[in-house]
Design a protein around this ligand. Structure first.
Ligand SMILES: C[S@@+](CC[C@H](N)C(=O)[O-])C[C@H]1O[C@@H](n2cnc3c(N)ncnc32)[C@H](O)[C@@H]1O
Length: 278
């Protein structure tokens, strides 16, 4: 049984997944633009985000990687194709799991990539059973992030890496308008809160991991917010059909205000489980 909050997140993705695939992308995450002045396509930028994580994870053929919050499977399949690693994805959305497993079969990768129904806060895998773990934009949905980090540390083998990409805050949000914008954003995307970039290092260390690198990549991901606003406008009817006129107006208003919040950002981090000492 997933945590009640995770159950609600799963239901949200069950309801919105087809809409997001049709109007945004099959990667359910931000884009990464190496040069933010050169917009390039969203589809290219979302794959470039996955590639940022692939580079940090350093997985090898024969490794087994855990994908925490696997979406419709696009990033895990790219990881398997690019590195030769096997991937197990976990998710709390049944609909996304069906899509992800069907995609792995359709690509002939079902023996290397599979997706299980499981809550990241309570992983059904033995200790030290993965060579790497990544959480590509799933941490924001977790009501108990320290517990997810402890679970990731538990299932990692000594020396294995954890890579996180997360929507996060670059500093404390002090003014009232920005605070309200962040709160409304959290409510819309089913997040209890956003992690502060400067609190991540301590959280990772408290879970028993060593921090290797943490990078504020907000400048490289910012165009995503503009792409989302474009997508709400250009696919207006499709959104109204699924979420209704009022909820769409609230979404647009929230994204318009969050664009102006300088603390609203994005972080990439890499950590490692310490190797066993002889
Ligand atoms: C923003 S999407 C990212 C999906 C995917 N990583 C990608 O980049 O395309 C967040 C994902 O995390 C999953 N998720 C949220 N809370 C979870 C939890 N407690 N346990 C497992 N998966 C969870 C959601 O169902 C969704 O698939």
């Amino acid at each position: 049984m997933p945590h009640p909050f995770s159950g609600r997140v799963g239901e949200l993705y069950d309801r919105l997944t087809d809409l997001i695939r049709d109007t945004y992308d099959d990667n359910f995450h931000y884009g990464y633009w190496p040069d933010p002045a050169d917009r390039g396509s969203l589809a290219q930028a979302t794959e470039q985000m996955t590639d940022q994580l692939i580079a940090r994870l350093d997985a090898r053929p024969g490794d087994t990687v855990l994908d925490v919050g696997g979406g419709t499977g696009q990033p895990a399949l790219r990881l398997a194709r690019r590195t030769g690693a096997d991937v197990v994805g976990v998710n709390v959305s049944r609909h996304q799991l069906d899509i992800a497993n069907a995609k792995a079969r359709a690509e002939g990768l079902h023996e290397k990539v599979r997706f299980d129904f499981a809550d990241a806060m309570d992983l059904p895998y033995p200790d030290a059973s993965f060579d790497g773990v990544w959480a590509l934009e799933s941490m924001l949905h977790m009501p108990d992030r320290p517990r997810v980090l402890r679970e990731a540390a538990r299932v990692l083998r000594p020396g294995g890496r954890l890579v996180i990409a997360d929507i996060a805050l670059r500093a404390a949000v002090e003014d009232e308008a920005s605070r309200i914008a962040v709160e409304r954003f959290c409510a819309i995307v089913s997040a209890r809160s956003l992690e502060r970039i400067d609190t991540y290092p301590r959280a990772v260390v408290e879970a028993g991991l060593e921090l290797l690198e943490i990078t504020d990549v907000s400048a490289h991901t910012f165009p995503t917010l503009l792409e989302m606003l474009d997508c709400y406008r250009s696919a207006h009817a499709a959104h109204v059909a699924v979420i209704g006129e009022e909820a769409l107006a609230e979404r647009v208003e929230t994204f318009e205000s969050i664009v102006a919040v300088p603390q609203f950002g994005y972080v990439l981090l890499t950590a490692r489980k310490p190797s066993a000492t002889p």
